[in-house]
Each structure stands twice: as C-alpha cells, then as structure tokens.
Write a new protein. Structure first.
Length: 262
C-alpha cells in the first residue's frame, strides 16, 4: 500500500486534468493527448511568487516541466490501477479536505480583516505585560529540593555559580553558558520563576529552592536594565500574525460548537 501524500496529490491533479471544467482552458502542454491547463501553471506561479520567488521565464519553464512530470506519473499510476487503491483514494480525499479547509480560512480572513485599531490595542496590551525592566539571570535546574539546597550551600561557601551550573544543571542549553538565560522580561518565565527574579537584587541568588513543573531551580540575578520596547511598526507584522492565529482558533472553536459531532 502506498503511503505518500505527494502521490495522493498526483491523483487529485490527474482528476483535474480530466475535469470538463478545464476543457476549454488554454493548454500549456499536451501529455499523451491530455491537456495541462495554463490556469494550473498560473496557479503554481502565483503560489511560488507569494513565497518570495520572482516571476520569470525560468520559473514558469520549471513549473511547466514539473507539471508535465506529474501528469506522466499520474497517467502511469492510473494505468496500474493505483487511482483505485483504497489508501490512495483516502489520501486524495484528505488532500481535498486540506485544500477546502485552507480556502475557507483564507476567504474568511479576507472578509474579516484585522484592523489597525485591533493591532494597536494588542500592542498596548503586550507593552503592559512586559513591565519597565528586563533581567539577565542564570539558573541551575536539578531534580530534587535536596539537590537544590546542597547547591545553595555550595554557593554560600564561595562556590562558582557558572561552574556548578555546567556540572549539575539539567537544563543543558543554559548549562553550557554557565546557567545564563540571557536578557528577558519576567513574563517570559513561569510564575514561580518570574516572582523569584523580581525579588532578587543585582548579584543575589535565591536562598531557597524555587519549584516549577520542570524541577527545582537555584536562580541568580546578574543585571537589570530599562526595557526598550520595539515600536508599533516594528512589532506590527508579528502582532498581526499572532492575532490571525488566534482568529483562526476562535473561528474553528465556534464552528465546532455549532457542529453535530458524535
């Protein structure tokens, strides 16, 4: 049984080739008498340019050749009865569902654009959650409270935080940097961790272990500086993408709530 989604797409394309809706369309190529509509080439070009590729004769030629290859393969697949293979048919059905679902989301988003007022409101909300400072912190993550207390005792005896982090921290990424987490705002961290950072003064470390869902932490605050928040124009693309993602999630939740799902 074939398990390639790409092959299922060939079946869909093959079905389109035989669709009467394309019969009168200008032909870009003929493969064993089967027309490859110019509209199909134009659609592929549109997708490629939307992804950043410049429209050029070379691009159009490459797409035409690719479509010819797909048509040749699809014809051979039908000759071998693969278009009747149950798994291939299911994959073709899945491909169609994906295209239809994506088309609906794009159409809905086009009819309900996110305005600057919404973007500005979200920007202001994000600014309020960031606070006025950012913090450069380190941590050592261990499995148990006793291990964390032992590390705090070592630090009290002039132990080197970065050295202990490299030797004992379970957070491999930061351990390589002596436990450094770089500059960040407290809202980037889970609540107990963020609260601990805010309670520290520059150069201090936690005298009691801090527990999160990841384990037990010993945290040190290296430095504090005023936070420079990027301007609205700088963040606008990211905010728009974030709101669009939330928009789609809300749309889907609404549609599911109205659907009869058994």
């Amino acid at each position: 049984m074939l398990k390639s989604v790409k092959f299922a797409t060939l079946v869909v394309l093959g079905a389109l080739a035989a669709n009467p809706a394309f019969a009168e369309d200008k032909s870009a190529a003929l493969v064993n008498g089967v027309s490859i509509p110019q509209a199909r080439i134009d659609l592929r070009v549109k997708i490629a340019t939307a992804q950043g590729q410049p429209d050029s004769p070379e691009l159009r030629k490459a797409i035409r050749e690719d479509m010819i290859n797909l048509e040749v393969l699809a014809q051979e697949a039908r000759k071998n009865g693969l278009d009747k293979d149950p798994e291939v048919m299911l994959q073709a059905e899945f491909a169609q569902l994906s295209v239809l679902g994506g088309a609906y989301v794009q159409d809905y988003a086009r009819k309900h654009p996110i305005g600057d007022e919404q973007l500005t409101k979200e920007y202001d909300r994000l600014k309020s959650t960031l606070g006025s400072n950012e913090y450069e912190a380190r941590h050592i993550l261990v499995e148990t409270q006793d291990e964390a207390k032992s590390i705090i005792a070592q630090l009290g005896k002039k132990g080197k935080f970065d050295k202990i982090a490299k030797e004992k921290s379970m957070d491999v990424g930061s351990a390589e940097r002596g436990g450094s987490l770089g500059w960040a705002v407290p809202s980037n961290f889970v609540q107990p961790f963020a609260d601990a950072i805010l309670a520290l003064k520059k150069g201090e470390y936690t005298k009691e272990p801090v527990q999160t869902q990841y384990g037990w932490h010993v945290i040190k605050l290296d430095d504090v500086r005023p936070l420079k928040v990027p301007s609205f124009d700088e963040l606008k693309p990211q905010i728009q993408q974030r709101l669009q993602q939330q928009f789609i999630q809300d749309l889907l939740a609404d549609l599911r709530s109205k659907a009869k799902i058994e």
